[in-house]
Design a protein around this ligand. Structure first.
Ligand SMILES: NC(=O)c1ccc[n+]([C@@H]2O[C@H](COP(=O)([O-])OP(=O)(O)OC[C@H]3O[C@@H](n4cnc5c(N)ncnc54)[C@H](O)[C@@H]3O)[C@@H](O)[C@H]2O)c1
Ligand SMILES: [Zn+2]
Length: 348
C-alpha cells in the first residue's frame, strides 16, 4: 500500500508492505537519479537482524551511530557529518536512515544540514518509526536541557515501512508504538469495538493516513499539526520526571497512553465531554494492552512543575482536549484544576 504525503513539489509516498525495504533501489533510481553514493545510518544491533539486507544500488557505506535515545546528540551529528565528508558524499548523493525513531531523527537532521541538504530516504523499523517519527519531516536531536530542542523540518524523498522488520522488535518497543496508535484511533473518534476487526498492519496504515493528512495541511505545526500532540503534555512531564532517575523507566508511548487517559478526564472536568468519552479512552487504551496507572513515584507537584516548564508550550499549561467541536488546542488551563484531576486520576 502507498500513502502519499501531499506537499506540492516536496510530496512523497509512504510505502507500507511486507518487504517494502526491497523497493529502496528503485526509489533511489527514480527520485535521486544522479546519486552515485549512499550512506546508511543505522545501529550495529540492527545490522545483524535477518532483514538487514538493504541495498541502494549505489556505492554504499553502512554507518553505525550507536543505540537508543543517546544517538540524538549534537556530538553524534558532528561525528556523522565528518564521516559523510570523509566518504566524499556529494550534493547528489543519498542518506538512508534505517532504524527506530532515534535513528531516523538523527539521519534526517544530518541529511538536512550536510551541504545544506542532501536527499533523504527513511526506512523506519520500529512501530514508533513507522506510525510517527519517520513521517512528516520533523528531524532533530536533543540538548542536555531537553528533548528535540535542535532540529529542522526536512522532508524525505520517500519512506519505506517494511512490516517484516517489526518481527524482531522487542515487545516493550511494540507496546510503546501502540501508545501513538491509541492516540490516532482516539483522534479519529473511533471506539474500542472496532479494534477487534483490524490487524496491526491496518492500524499502522490508519496512523500513517492521519499523520500524512495533517502534515499535508500544516507542515510546520500551526494549529492542526499540534493535534498530534494529543496526550503529550502529561507524557512529556512523565518522561522528564522519570528520565532524571532512569532513562528506561517509561517508554514514550507508555507515557502517551497515560497522557491520553488523563486528557479525557481533564476535558470532562472542564465540562467539555462527558463520562462516555472517558470510557471510550479507557477502553481503547486497554484493548491495545496499555496501562494508564499513574504511580506515586510521579508526584503531582513534580508533574505540574514539569508541564509548566515545557519549553515548547510557552510556559503555559496547554493541552489538546476533546470537546463538542472535536479536538482542539486549549491554552491557559488552570493549574489547580490540572492538579485536582491528576490526584483524582491517581486514586481511581
Ligand atoms: N520526528 C518525529 O516526528 C518524531 C515522532 C515521534 C517520535 N520521534 C522520536 O523517535 C524516537 C523514539 O523512537 P523509537 O521508539 O523507535 O525508539 P528507538 O529509535 O530508540 O528504538 C528503540 C529500540 O528498538 C530497536 N529497534 C528498532 N527497530 C528494531 C527492529 N526492527 N528489531 C529490533 N530492534 C529494533 C532500536 O535499536 C532501539 O534499541 C524518540 O527520539 C522520539 O523523539 C520523532
Ligand atoms: Zn509521541
Amino acid at each position: 500500500m502507498k500513502i502519499s504525503v501531499d506537499l506540492g513539489p516536496r510530496s512523497y509516498d509512504v510505502v507500507l508492505d511486507d518487504g517494502a525495504r526491497h523497493e529502496l533501489e528503485e526509489l533511489v533510481a527514480t527520485r535521486a537519479p544522479r546519486a552515485k553514493a549512499a550512506v546508511i545510518v543505522t545501529s550495529t544491533s540492527l545490522t545483524t537482524q535477518p532483514w538487514f539486507d538493504v541495498t541502494t544500488g549505489l556505492r554504499q557505506s553502512v554507518l553505525d551511530v550507536g543505540e537508543g535515545e543517546a544517538v540524538k546528540s549534537l556530538a553524534n551529528v558532528e561525528d556523522l557529518l565528518e564521516r559523510m565528508a570523509v566518504l566524499e558524499l556529494s550534493r547528489d548523493d543519498v542518506v538512508v536512515g534505517v532504524g527506530g525513531g532515534a535513528i531516523t531523527d538523527l539521519a534526517g537532521f544530518a541529511a538536512a544540514t550536510y551541504l545544506r541538504g542532501v536527499a533523504l530516504i527513511q526506512v523506519p523499523t520500529s512501530l514508533v518509526g513507522q506510525v510517527d517519527a519517520a513521517i512528516g519531516g520533523k528531524t532533530g536531536v536533543n540538548l542536555r536541557a531537553g528533548k528535540n530542542l535542535v532540529g529542522a523540518f526536512y522532508q524525505p524523498l520517500g519512506v519505506l515501512c517494511d512490516f517484516a522488520t517489526l518481527a524482531t522488535l522487542p515487545e516493550r518497543e511494540r507496546l510503546g508504538g501502540l501508545g501513538e496508535v491509541a492516540k490516532c484511533w482516539l483522534l479519529e473518534g473511533r471506539a474500542a469495538a472496532g479494534l477487534a476487526e483490524v490487524s496491526t498492519h491496518d492500524l499502522i496504515a490508519m496512523a500513517v493516513h492521519l499523520k500524512a493528512n495533517i502534515v499535508a495541511n500544516d507542515e510546520r505545526e500551526g494549529a492542526s499539526r499540534a493535534l498530534l500532540n494529543y496526550g503529550h503534555t502529561l507524557a512529556h512531564a512523565l518522561e522528564k520526571v522519570s528520565f532524571a532517575r532512569d532513562h528506561n523507566e517509561i517508554r514514550h508511548g507508555e507515557a502517551v497512553a497515560i497522557g491520553l487517559a488523563f486528557a479525557a478526564r481533564l476535558a470532562r472536568a472542564l465540562g467539555r465531554v462527558g463520562d462516555e468519552e472517558v470510557r471510550r479512552h479507557d477502553e481503547v487504551i486497554a484493548a491495545l494492552g496499555l496501562s494508564t496507572a499513574l504511580g506515586e513515584h510521579f508526584p503531582t507537584s513534580s508533574l505540574l512543575e514539569a508541564m509548566a516548564h515545557d519549553k515548547k508550550a510557552h510556559h503555559d499549561l496547554t493541552f489538546v482536549l476533546a470537546g463538542v467541536a472535536g479536538f482542539e488546542v486549549v491554552a491557559g488551563v488552570d493549574p489547580s484544576v490540572v492538579g485536582d484531576v491528576l490526584e483524582a486520576f491517581r486514586g481511581e
